[in-house]
Ligand binder design. Structure first.
Ligand code: MRU
Length: 360
């Protein structure tokens, strides 16, 4: 659907990714040649977004296997690689899912290198198809609102970036939007800036622009006002981990949008691949680890200065301490529906089991 992916392999069988820290100002490609490169790329948010974190970790395992074989290292090297990859970011469950998949494949492998290469490739390919299907299931929701409004513009609010840049292609929340636009349905997206890392202004605006989707950037506190004035028809966000009972961890600030949506009777949807489900836990509030990142992400604002250089500007007194929680949890009761690759369901154990009975 698009002319680029977020992660791909090279002829010499290494891995390349887009440096998302530089978008939208520069399109920089980073080559990952060791598992440490993959760990750093995830930690520093060169790559980010739950599915892409998982895919990068999978290729990180492949790179570790390659290093181990080429440099005739002890098998404990691979264990160290798994440990480091597991510790790279705590909240997105896709990371752990992908690493478990790679471990399982390697446990029964005859040819370690080929197995790791193929499994990482499969994880990437499956994510593309999964996201496309999320679009198939989310599209009727947008179509329905469009019909109700007699073909008038459907105004959609989103937070962070759960687009193709967080995945491989299509994205989760963007897949229904791109499919709606392809069908000629009029859509417009309100994009939350998403402080402190600005995934909304930097990434969502960038990719919506490339796909020619009308959109407007807003500061994070604007959504409630728009909702009160009938300027939002639906909210749709991604997730880093969704529990068995339908609680949703997503980028910090998502919860406040869900509260405002509830107060204004606006449907609040969460789009997710099943790789983001954590059916081993029930309560999002007590069981999902919430990442805390460096306070300087809050204290400084990053962007391009008037000389055209990437720059960081201090936005508080030198001595001010900041707290930087990466995610919050939206309780299932505030979620209208979950949109998955198998269909749309209630954010509840019963809803999830109706689509994913294998977890019963
Ligand atoms: O900190 P990030 O940028 O990795 O956070 C990303 C999100 O919160 C996304 O909404 C989520 O990972 C879903 S991406 C399809």
């Amino acid at each position: 659907m698009s002319n680029f992916r977020t992660i791909w392999t090279t002829e010499d069988r290494y891995v390349e990714v887009i440096d998302q820290r530089m978008l939208p100002h520069e399109f920089v490609v980073v080559k990952l040649e060791t598992y440490e490169d993959a760990v750093e790329a995830i930690k520093d948010m060169v790559v980010r977004g739950a599915p892409l974190i998982g895919a990068t970790a999978a290729y990180g395992v492949y790179l570790a296997v390659r290093e181990m074989i080429e440099e005739e290292l002890d098998p404990s090297f691979l264990d160290h690689a798994f440990t480091a990859l597991r510790a790279s970011r705590p909240t997105a469950v896709n990371l752990f899912w992908a690493l478990d998949k790679m471990r399982e494949a390697l446990d029964s492998a005859d040819n370690f290198l080929e197995t790791a290469w193929e499994m990482a490739g499969r994880i990437v390919d499956e994510d593309i198809e999964t996201c496309r299907m999320i679009g198939d299931h989310g599209l009727p929701i947008i179509e329905e609102i469009s019909k109700r409004k007699n073909g008038d513009v459907v105004n959609i609010l989103t937070h962070c970036n759960a687009g193709m840049l967080g995945c491989i292609e299509w994205g989760t929340i963007t897949s229904p939007i791109y499919q709606a636009a392809q069908k000629g349905i009029k859509v417009h997206v309100w994009v939350d800036e998403t402080r402190p890392r600005n995934q909304g202004s930097n990434l969502t605006c960038y990719e919506l622009g490339r796909h020619e989707i009308p959109h407007t950037l807003i500061v994070d506190n604007t959504g409630g006002h728009l909702m009160q004035h009938g300027m939002v028809d639906m909210v749709i966000v991604g997730t880093d981990r969704t529990t068995r009972e339908g609680d949703v961890a997503n980028k910090i600030g998502t919860y406040l949008k869900a509260l405002a949506a509830k107060d204004n009777d606006i449907p609040f949807y969460v789009a997710l691949p099943s790789t983001t489900l954590d059916m081993s836990i029930r309560s999002g509030l007590t069981e999902i680890p919430i990442e805390e990142r460096n306070q300087d992400e809050v204290r400084y604002f990053n962007g391009k200065n008037s000389k055209g250089e990437m720059d960081a500007v201090l936005i508080c007194p030198e001595t001010t301490q900041a707290a930087n929680y990466g995610f919050d949890v939206t309780p299932a009761r505030l979620v209208t529906s979950l949109i998955t690759e198998r269909g749309v369901c209630d954010a509840s154990e019963a809803g999830l089991l109706s689509l994913f009975p294998e977890y019963a």
